[in-house]
Design a protein around this ligand. Structure first.
Ligand SMILES: NC(=O)c1ccc[n+]([C@@H]2O[C@H](COP(=O)([O-])OP(=O)(O)OC[C@H]3O[C@@H](n4cnc5c(N)ncnc54)[C@H](O)[C@@H]3O)[C@@H](O)[C@H]2O)c1
Ligand SMILES: [Fe+2]
Length: 370
C-alpha cells in the first residue's frame, strides 16, 4: 500500500501542518489529494501558504513563518520545485529559532532539530528534497543566501511522477540540466571519493541522458518522468555528500544578479566549466562516458570531448539557450564582470571544485559563456 503525505505527518507526530506551495500548484488541483490526506491525518485542514515565487526570497520566508506561528503549526509539508522546498526549509528554521534569519546563514550554524518536514518535489532537478542546503534570495543585496545544516534536510521525501506531468518542456529541460550538472560536478568534486557517491552520479547521469529528452518531448510519459525524478533525487544525495563546483558558483552569482533560472544558468556554464576542469578531471569525465556509453571507443581525451558534446547536443535538442547573450543578459565587462567573479569566488559551491579558480579565470569563464 502506498503511504500518503498524511501518513508521514502522523508518523512524525505533527498535529497542525503548514502546507507550503506556489500559486500555480494551488490553482492546478494537483494538491487536492495531498490536502485530503493531511486533513484526515490531523483532523483539520492544513494551513496553506502558496505565495512562494520562482525566485524565492527572505521576505517570503518571513511571511510563511509568521503564518505558521499564527496557527501554531508544528509540521511542514512542501509541494513544489526547489524554490518551494528551499523556502519551506528556511521557514522551518525561522519557526524553531525565531530572531534574525541572517544569524544562521552559512554552514552548520544550527544546533538542534527543527519541526518535521515532508518534501514532495514537482520538478526533477534540484534534489532539494534530500539535501541539507537551502538557497533563498536577498533581493535588496542581489545575493543568493545559502543555509546549510543536516538539520535542514527534510525528514521524508515523496517522489510522485504524476505531479510532474504538467511541467512545460522548457522547465523540464532547465530543471533536468540542473540534475545533470549535479551529477557531473559532484563526480569530479574534491569531496568525491566514495563508491557511494560514484554509484549515485553514474546511475543518475545514465538515467538523465536517456530519459530527459523523452520527458522533454512528451511530458505525459510517466516512465520518463519517473526516471528523471529518481535520477535527480540520486544526484541530490550525491552532491549533498560531495559538493558541486565552479559551474554552480557562477550560476548562483548570475542567477542572483539577473534572476535567471538556476538550472538553465547551470546548463549554459556547464560545457565551459567542464573544459576548464578537464586537465585535472579528464579521467573522471572519461569514466562517465564509459559508463553511459560503453560502446564509445577512444582515448581519455576523446571520451571527455564526447561528454561535453553530449551535454551540448542535449541542450540543443531541448532548444535551450546556448549562451548568456541568448537570455538577454547585458554584456559582462568591467565592473560588472568583476562583481560577478567576486560573488562566484565567495560562493560556498566553488569550494569543492577540483581545482582552484582565480578571479581572472572566473571572468574568463563569464566571457566564454556570453
Ligand atoms: N536546496 C538544494 O539542494 C538546491 C539545489 C539546486 C537548486 N536549488 C534552488 O532551487 C531553485 C530552483 O528550483 P526549480 O528548478 O525546481 O524551479 P522552481 O522551483 O523555481 O520552479 C520554476 C517554475 O516551475 C513551476 N513549476 C514547478 N513544478 C511545476 C509543475 N509540476 N508543473 C508546472 N509548473 C511547475 C513553478 O511554479 C515555477 O514557476 C533555485 O532557487 C535554486 O537555487 C536548491
Ligand atoms: Fe543546482
Amino acid at each position: 500500500m502506498a503511504l500518503s503525505a498524511g501518513d508521514f505527518v502522523r508518523e512524525l507526530k505533527g498535529n497542525k501542518v503548514l502546507l507550503v506551495t506556489d500559486a500555480f500548484l494551488e490553482r492546478s488541483g494537483m494538491l487536492d489529494g495531498i490536502i485530503a490526506s493531511l486533513t484526515e491525518a490531523s483532523a483539520a485542514p492544513p494551513v496553506l501558504f502558496s505565495d512562494v515565487p520562482a525566485d524565492s526570497d527572505i521576505d517570503c520566508v518571513n511571511a510563511g513563518a509568521e503564518l505558521a506561528r499564527l496557527h501554531d503549526c508544528d509540521a511542514i509539508v512542501c509541494v513544489g520545485g526547489g524554490s518551494v522546498i528551499d523556502t519551506a526549509k528556511v521557514i522551518n528554521l525561522c519557526l524553531t529559532y525565531g530572531g534574525d534569519l541572517m544569524e544562521y546563514q552559512g554552514l552548520n550554524l544550527i544546533d538542534r532539530s527543527l519541526f518535521p518536514l515532508v518534501a514532495i518535489p514537482t520538478t526533477a532537478g534540484t534534489g532539494s528534497e534530500v539535501t541539507f542546503v537551502a538557497m533563498v534570495k536577498d533581493h535588496a543585496q542581489k545575493r543568493k543566501l545559502m543555509f546549510g545544516s543536516p538539520y535542514l534536510a527534510p525528514d521524508m521525501a515523496i517522489l510522485d511522477p504524476e505531479l510532474l506531468l504538467s511541467l512545460p518542456p522548457h522547465l523540464t529541460a532547465a530543471t533536468g540540466m540542473d540534475a545533470i550538472t549535479h551529477g557531473i560536478e559532484s563526480f569530479v568534486a574534491t569531496n568525491t571519493n566514495s563508491s557511494f557517491t560514484n554509484a549515485l552520479c553514474l546511475e543518475s547521469l545514465s538515467l538523465l541522458f536517456k530519459w530527459l529528452p523523452v520527458a522533454y518531448r512528451d511530458g505525459r510519459d510517466i516512465e520518463a518522468r519517473s526516471a528523471t525524478l529518481i535520477a535527480s533525487c540520486m544526484a541530490g544525495v550525491a552532491f549533498n555528500n560531495s559538493g558541486v563546483g565552479v559551474v554552480h558558483g557562477l550560476a548562483h552569482s548570475v542567477g542572483a544578479m539577473f534572476g535567471t533560472h538556476h538550472g538553465m544558468t547551470n546548463a549554459i556554464f556547464l560545457p565551459h566549466g567542464m573544459r576548464f576542469n578537464m586537465d585535472i578531471a579528464a579521467e573522471r569525465f572519461a569514466a562517465i562516458t564509459a559508463f553511459i556509453e560503453p560502446d564509445f571507443a577512444g582515448t581519455t581525451e576523446d571520451k571527455c570531448q564526447r561528454l561535453i558534446s553530449r551535454v551540448e547536443s542535449l541542450m540543443h535538442e531541448m532548444q535551450m539557450p546556448a549562451n548568456l547573450a541568448a537570455i538577454k543578459i547585458p554584456k559582462l565587462n568591467g565592473e560588472l564582470a568583476q562583481e560577478l567573479a567576486l560573488m562566484a569566488a565567495a560562493d560556498p559551491a566553488i569550494i569543492f571544485n577540483p581545482k582552484e579558480v582565480s578571479l581572472e579565470e572566473l571572468r574568463d569563464l563569464l566571457d566564454k559563456a556570453y
